[in-house]
Ligand binder design. Structure first.
Ligand SMILES: [Zn+2]
Length: 327
């Protein structure tokens, strides 16, 4: 079990407010609805909830501080927090909102817009998660995000009363929840974990932060704005040198394999990476050469391989200089 203070990223002397703030921030980031299909996020989210269940309860916290654990009953209760995983929906590349309506039930005004009784919700930044396909992030796209906000009840004008009785529309709260759909443009090159800001056009001047999650690609690995791929080559291609066609996010490119290339050697294609959102300059594409060996061994191949083996005589032991053990 991880240290609960560590889970929430607070010190052991943190006050209740600080703990609550840390919890809300982390819960927002790791909520399953914001990270659909991510077991890591779900696990993290559970940890965060469990840590908060203990540290937000003065008795349990005292117990934990003293014994480093909480009683069984307490532990049982903590794990019974439920949430509904968002069903997929909202169009291609746009997920994570199906269960959004539920968040209010779990977190109150955590995601903004709700809870007039608690903190000044109008100032809380709205945050919505979107999950993009790799190609959408590389080329840019636009998404429509639902934004919930409170408006004065149209029936009673916000008073909560109608001809001396409780307004049936808003049940006396004077407020109704309205969901607006906000289109947000995500620039080419937007990356996993990026936050793209957009403003609501309702005169409230509130900002919405769209938190981007990008699905990994099976072939193109992205690190920052650079792309990494592996290029399998044959022994003769590596030994004699070759030009091989490799796929980049900008289309196929003829890549040079210099004579004498070693397996694992990496080369760079300048400017063939992802566009930098801020500077507009493309990153690079790095390809790592992987020398392959035919899997099927034939009599003729055996003879050829033996002759190839003779080429290493005089070239030195390829394993010279490797340590033989720890000492
Ligand atoms: Zn009303």
């Amino acid at each position: 079990m991880r240290d609960l203070y560590e889970v929430l990223g607070v010190g052991r002397t943190a006050g209740a407010d600080e703990i609550k703030k840390a919890y809300r921030k982390l819960a927002r980031r790791y909520h399953p609805d914001v990270n659909p299909g991510s077991p890591d996020a779900t696990k993290r989210f559970r940890e965060i909830q469990e840590a908060y269940a203990v540290l937000s309860d003065a008795d349990k916290r005292a117990q934990y501080d003293q014994f480093g654990t909480v009683d069984e009953e307490g532990a049982q209760r903590q794990t019974h927090v439920r949430w509904r995983t968002a069903p997929p929906g909202g169009g291609p590349g746009f997920q994570g909102f199906g269960g959004f309506a539920d968040l209010g039930d779990i977190f109150g005004n955590l995601f903004g817009g709700f809870g007039r009784a608690s903190a000044p919700a109008a100032e809380a930044p709205l945050e919505v998660g979107v999950e993009l396909e790799f190609i959408q992030a590389v080329r840019g796209t636009s998404v429509v995000v639902p934004v919930r906000r409170e408006v004065a009840c149209t029936q009673c004008g916000g008073s909560g009363n109608l001809q001396g009785r409780v307004c049936p529309r808003c049940h006396g709260s004077g407020m109704l929840v309205q969901t607006d759909r906000l289109r947000v443009k995500l620039p080419a090159g937007v990356g996993d974990g990026d936050r793209v800001r957009a403003s609501l056009k309702d005169g409230s001047r509130r900002n919405v932060a769209v938190v981007v999650k990008v699905r990994p690609h099976a072939y193109f690995e992205r690190r920052g704005n650079d792309i990494y791929t592996v290029v399998p080559v044959t022994f003769p291609e590596a030994y004699l040198g070759a030009e091989v066609e490799i796929g980049t996010i900008h289309g196929p490119v003829l890549a040079k394999i210099p004579a004498g290339t070693q397996s694992g050697q990496r080369f760079r294609l300048r400017g063939k990476g992802v566009r930098n959102v801020r500077t507009g300059v493309n990153g690079d594409h790095y390809y790592t050469v992987q020398v392959t060996v035919p899997r099927v061994v034939s009599p003729a191949g055996r003879d050829t391989a033996r002759r190839v083996g003779e080429m290493y005589v005089g070239a030195g032991d390829p394993r010279a200089g490797l340590p033989r053990s720890l000492d």
